[in-house]
Design a protein around this ligand. Sequence first.
Ligand code: FMN
Length: 303
Amino acid sequence: MDISARIGTLTLANPTILASGILGVSRASLKHVFDNGAGACVIKSISLEERVGHHAPNMITYEGGMLNAVGYSNPGVEEARAEFKDLKNVGGPVFASIIGQNADEFSAMAEALLPGDFSAVEAVLSCPHTPGYGTMAGQGTPKSTEEITKAIRAKTTLPLFIKISPDSQPIGEVAKAAEAAGADGIVAVNTMGPGMIIDIQTGQPILHFKVGGVSGTALRPIAVRCIYDIRKSVKIPIIGVGGVTTGRDAVEMIMAGATAVGIGTGIYYRGIGIFKKVCDEMEQWMKKNKVKNLGEIWGCAHE
Ligand SMILES: Cc1cc2nc3c(=O)[nH]c(=O)nc-3n(C[C@H](O)[C@H](O)[C@H](O)COP(=O)(O)O)c2cc1C
């Protein structure tokens, strides 16, 4: 059974990728994720300067998944460069995840990444809960996506992935703008919303920031539809993200047109072993259905 995945010029031993924001905060945490079977990892998003992020409580689980308003807490690009200086033997390809308040900041971020450390860059235009960034800063439109993608493209030769919002309308147009401006791939999707959960004893929203991005199971059918729509609009590869918890979910995303799948919230439910479990479940499904490699089912929902 061959579950290796090619995303443009990158080859992954398997199609599971650690999604940004969960665990990828240090070289040691990346190694831990690779040791547990991930095919690639994305670091937690970094900005030019250090950010404290939103105050706690900034995460809450519920029956549909999770609501988070972490607010991009990160040590800033200088410290991140030191932390991720040597990624050669960490276990697989590592994507840098960069954020900015405008095209100039994204451009400066791309320039600040040391050549040779990261295998690819993921630019996040889609956070729904951080003022000044993502959808709260209007970065989810085709125009803004084109402008930011161009600015980053001018500063890096690394494979460039643009992470977009499930709330983009129409999402295919946003993906097209990224492709036309030089992106090598699309990451679909970030958290949706924002949403709100109220503590009915206090009558107040539970998160300190009041609202947060929705991830996990509730997001999965939305993510699958987004991947399906994007596949119809662009030729570049898609990394599907949103509620992947089992091998079945990964197969579904590949059928919609993704070449690999990110996993975030699923780690809270199945532990760090989720990467290996998802791969084993995919292989079992492939064996049962006489599928020898992922290319055989890729995008089959469109036929
Ligand atoms: C606690 C938490 C923190 C996150 N932080 C980031 C982040 O820093 N950058 C980013 O691009 N996405 C971030 N995300 C979004 C995830 O990368 C992913 O796109 C989203 O959660 C959907 O996937 P999932 O359902 O597998 O979690 C975060 C998600 C969670 C739950």
